[in-house]
Design a protein around this ligand. Sequence first.
Ligand code: G3P
Length: 226
Amino acid sequence: MIYILDTADLEAIKHCNEYYPLAGVTTNPTIISKEKADFWDLLKEIRNIIGYDKMLHVQTVQKKAEKIVEEAKLLKKELGGNFYIKIPISEEGLKATMEIKRQKLDIGVTITAIFTPAQALIAAKAGADFVAPYVNRLDNILGDGINVVEEIVCQLSKYNMDCQVVAASFKNVEQVHKCAAAGCHSATVTADVLENIVNHPMTSISIEGFEKDWASVYGDKTILDL
Ligand code: G3P
């Protein structure tokens, strides 16, 4: 299971990149628009923070395959490193994926806005490196996001596809946990969800107990002072 951060908020990226075992950052046009920043400055700063080894996923805003490929090449040239073009599932998106792979451009492809296992399988067949099912958006329409993720994981494994699932659109820790239990390869989450994975009231109570008991004997000294 790998964790990816789903935001373009530079402060959140700085923080989470320092404190969490992040594999990279994912964005989409909605996430980028929220920052109201210069597009290239923002993306280059994200690359600067996470470095060239971690994944950076950026979504195309083109609709036609040829233009998607052109945009992917420009993004890779400007942002470099471990780069993935995110392409919403569509006929044009599949065509663009096959073309990017045919040209061996060293550009990863994440087919996004996946809502069914059938979409995921055909995206994998076209050459997608990742498929991104939207868990919470499925849950919102009684679509059982976790079950969809589980079916996708099973199908990719059954057909021995060289494609991983990056589950997306999470609103809570339970959804992330259930995806992990279903064998999902990765999850892209907001900083809030990431922090909630770590925090637990019983953990806080336990830590308070350790601190109180230590202080009763050693006062405010730490091991470094003894
Ligand atoms: O990156 C796409 C996905 O994470 C969307 O999430 O919260 O807009 O459903 P959300």
